[in-house]
Every structure is written in structure tokens, then in C-alpha cells.
Design a protein around this ligand. Sequence first.
Ligand code: CUA
Length: 312
Amino acid sequence: MNWQSVLHPAGNDAEVIVEIAWVLFGGGTLIFVGVMIMLAMSLRHGRPHVRPAVWLIGAGVVFPVTVLSALLVYSIHRSQQLLAPVSHDALVVSVTAKMWWWEVRYRDPVTGRDIVTANEIRLPANKPVYLALTSDDVIHSFWVPALAGKVDMLPGRLTRLRVKTGAPGIYRGQCAEYCGEQHAKMALHVVVEEAPAFDAWLSNQAQPARATNDPLLAAGRQVFLTQRCAACHTIRGVADENLIGGQTLAPDLTHIGSRLYLGAGILRNEGENMRDWIAQTQRFKHGARMPGFADMPEHELDALARYLESLQ
Ligand code: CUA
């Protein structure tokens, strides 16, 4: 699995970057070996058999200038491809970094409204994608090494990343700019899937949360509303979008059950992890805005966790 590796590219830009890296490494190795051979020769013979001027010009000027110039021309030429314009049919995804999670927005092709999710970006395979990146607080950096290079995410500014996805797979990404206490736990996952699966996923994400008559799930929904969850989190159709100063405060949970991970990549969304995350948030991610709810009665905690898991 191409988990989080710069050496296993799964997108056009990442392929170019890893190719440049290998060529530069090869060039560096060539120079290193050349220098070591000359060092060995001079140690062995005391002084070289060739004339000093030839040594100086050949080994000190011609050899490094030739190798370094070739590498420079090659890397400038090759990296032009990373700056190619975004194609018009690219899928646009907006990603906003927050301490310490990621808000992800798609434009609904039918209604034109935003489809909001968090910490997981789904993309169709073999398609051009335009990622519009920004931050709501401090500087973060978007880095999914299997797909492309790093791009800073700056408050009040839009940066962009052009990605051409490759084969389906799950690719881990990581915030790559120190952004506070939980910088290390600010991960995300990019799920690349075939176009029909992606389209089905997107149209499901556009829907409000599924209504439920199940008594346990309905009780969980009630807990969500009566505890403080709805003060920050949105569940479309249950608790509408909370905006303060135009910013969302917490991940949209409308389809939280469909995500692979909780807490921005730190817990798999399975087993008792939902329940544990709600109760022990500060133990898993100290300093996060969400307080832990360890004092919540057991039956309420259970109902809430089951309800959130049911939001597929
Ligand atoms: Cu966000 Cu480091």
C-alpha cells in the first residue's frame, strides 16, 4: 500500500518530483564518487602524475561545472511540468486548514451549494484536480507525498495545488508546517476511487443526514442536540451550519460514519473508537478545541456514538 511515501508516487506531479529527486541523487553520487577517487589517488601517490594545472581545471572546474549545469538545466526543464496550467475540466476541491484538522468542500454540480466534509478527500482516479488551499488560523502546509509536493496554507491567502490522480488507493497526508501542540496529529487521507464510486460518494455526501426511527439512534441524536455538540458541529438536516466570523468551528458530521478515520487521522473509525474519542478527546489530542465528555452518562455516550456511526 502506498501509505505515505515520497518514493511511491500515485499522481503525475509526484512522479515528476521523485524522478527529479533520483536524478539529483545520481548526480550527487557521481560527484561524490569522483571526489573520493581523486582523494584516494592523491593519498596513494603523494602527488598526482598529471600536471597540477590539468588537475585544477579538469577536476576542479570542468567536472563539477559540467555535472551541476546538466542537473540544473534538467531540473528547471522538468519542473516546468509542475507549473502547467490547470485544465478546465479539473475537479475543484477547497481545503481549509484549522488547528488541527482539515475542512474539505466540494461544489455540488446540481445545486451549486457547498458539500462540506472533513479530514478525508475523495477524488476520482486519473483525473485532474485543482485544490484551493487556505487556512483559518496559523500557517499549515498541505502534503500528500504520493500525489504532489508541499504547498503552504496561509491565513487570508489562497494557494493552489494541481494534482493529476493516478490509480485508486488510499494515500496518507500530513500537515508539513509546525502549527502548534498537535501539529504531529494533523493528518488526512486521500481516497482515490474509480469515477462511478466517486460520483456515488459525492451525491451521498450532498444529502442531509438520514432520518431515523430507531429508538437508540434517535436517543443519540437527542444527546447530540442537548449536550454541547451542536454548538460547534453541523449535522445537515439536524443542526445547521454554525458559522462564527464566516468560519466553521468544528468538523461537519453529516456523514461522519462514512469516514475512515476520526480526529484528523489519529483513530480508525471502527470498534469503540467513536465512543472513546468523544469521552477522551483531550487524552488523544491534548489542546484540541473539543473538550472530552468523560462525565457523560454511559447510556448517552453509547447512544451518541451509535448515532454518529450510523451517519453514512
Ligand atoms: Cu497544521 Cu502543522
